[in-house]
Ligand binder design. Structure first.
Ligand code: BGC
Length: 452
């Protein structure tokens, strides 16, 4: 570990999304999203997001927990159907919910980072064609304008979209996420519409913002970890991460047009045309990276390796290898030269309270420390990293996987709604308090204080 430390204004935070935590699906003038009406057979155990963590009612308690943990930032998403329950109609109750949340976060010393779209499309937008119709572009623009006008006097950080690569793939091509469509031939059309809408949203944030803002996309991303740190192996890993291999669809398909203004061709189709680049390639202030697992073992990778027996995994079967944090940040930065924000990173497990009533999650504690040490390596090498938003603040609704995969720093009892900060929350607090300097110490010397 170098001695430079994390930057003084580093945004130590945690992340969530509206559909995954809020609940209150029919309250405060909200109309359904495509996830509210997901058929029971499409989600494990027929679970729904109708109540989720009941954050809609417990948000003050959740902000108080963030404050106790010493978080400096919190990334959340806004529910489009809470803000605009139908076309052309703005819902003041929905606006007030987020406005109060922002005020309370700021009073608690927590910087809000707002994601405008995290997959929960209003049903009424879907009925107008969703991401398959260009009609969504002005609708998304209008929604963006409304939320930016309402919050940007206090919110500086804006993320118009979360992981389009993931929601297009899962929801429209493979049919495993709402709206459960399966049409691989629509890839090019979907991508183009999504990128045009993103470009429009970026322009809209800048146009209506009431103060200087920072705007970035949260990409689903990944990287190969080189087998050895020789120049040849590093170059091979870079090529597979950023040129072909998983990197072609995982990174380049979205990043080249949006970050570099270059259309990409894959599977005989283009992600967008040269003509669209002016609209798509809007200047961004940072690149948001959601980093979980290396590409080395990805199912869809041409160079897929089988993990060695006993390789550590999370409860969804994703390989845990903290080195992917360093390589992912480095490869993306080397190619696009934008400051990096880790917009998500975390691991699922089957956490449960122990007999002492606490939730001990040593695996997540190690995950957190390991991945942050690798992030520090990138920072020590001079890569500008603005912050780290752990996924997630709370155990929550993991889309089609339901409630079993627990990603939270805070345990949620989904029957009673009770929250119990896990050991990882206490360790994270220590890390934040020291601005990361304890990461270089022996873990055994840390005695996490109770948050209770
Ligand atoms: C998504 C989150 C999701 C997390 C874990 C990310 O792709 O943005 O909504 O819960 O991964 O699967």
């Amino acid at each position: 570990m170098g001695n430079a430390g994390f930057p003084n204004d580093f945004l130590w935070g945690a992340s969530s999304s509206a559909a995954q935590i809020e609940g209150g699906w029919q309250e405060g003038g909200r109309t359904p999203s495509i996830w509210d009406i997901a058929p029971a057979k499409k989600v494990k155990q027929g679970e729904s997001c109708h109540t989720a963590c009941d954050h809609y009612h417990r948000w003050r308690e959740d902000v108080a927990l963030m404050q106790k943990m010493g978080l400096r930032s919190y990334r959340f998403s806004v529910s489009w159907s809470r803000i605009m329950p139908e076309e052309g109609k703005v819902n003041p109750t929905g606006i007030k919910f987020y406005s109060d949340l922002v005020d309370t976060l700021l009073a608690a010393g927590v910087e809000p980072l707002v994601t405008i779209y995290h997959w929960d499309m209003p049903l009424w937008v879907y009925k107008k064609g969703g991401w398959l119709s260009e009609a969504i572009i002005p609708l998304f623009q209008e929604y963006t304008r409304v939320i930016v006008e309402a919050l940007s006097d206090r919110v500086k950080w804006w993320i118009p979209m979360n992981e389009p690569g993931c929601f297009i793939m899962n929801a429209y091509l493979q049919g495993v996420h709402a709206p459960f469509r399966r049409d691989y031939l629509a890839l090019s059309k979907l991508t183009r519409i999504c990128m045009l809408a993103h470009g429009e949203a970026v322009k809209t944030v800048r146009k209506y913002a009431k103060q200087p803002v920072k705007v970035g996309m949260a990409f689903s991303t990944g990287a190969y970890v080189p087998d050895a740190e020789t120049p040849e192996k590093i170059e091979e890993a870079r090529r597979l991460s950023m040129e072909d291999g998983c990197g072609l669809m995982g990174n380049r398909w979205w990043m080249d047009p949006i970050l570099a203004g270059k259309p990409v061709r894959a599977y005989g189709v283009y992600s967008s045309s040269q003509r669209d680049m002016e609209q798509i390639h809007q200047p961004l202030d940072f690149v948001g990276l959601n980093i979980y697992t290396p590409y080395n073992y990805a199912d869809w990778g041409a160079n897929k390796q089988a993990p060695a027996p006993g390789t550590p995994k999370n409860s969804l079967g994703w390989v845990i290898d903290d080195r992917c944090m360093y390589w992912n940040v480095r490869f993306v930065y080397e190619k696009y030269r934008l400051p990096v924000m880790i917009t998500e990173n975390g691991m699922s497990d089957y956490d449960a309270p122990s007999l002492d009533g606490q939730v001990h999650d040593p695996k997540r504690v190690d995950f957190l420390i390991g991945y942050l040490r690798q992030l520090k390596r990138a920072i020590d090498e001079g890569i500008p990293v603005l912050g780290y938003q752990h996924w997630s603040i709370l155990d929550n609704f993991e889309w089609a996987e339901g409630y079993d995969p627990r990603f939270g720093l805070v345990y949620v009892d989904f029957q009673s709604g009770e929250r119990i900060p896990k050991d990882s929350a206490r360790v994270y607090k220590k890390i934040i308090e020291s601005n990361g300097s304890v990461l270089s110490k022996e873990v055994a010397t840390w005695v996490p204080d109770s948050l209770h």
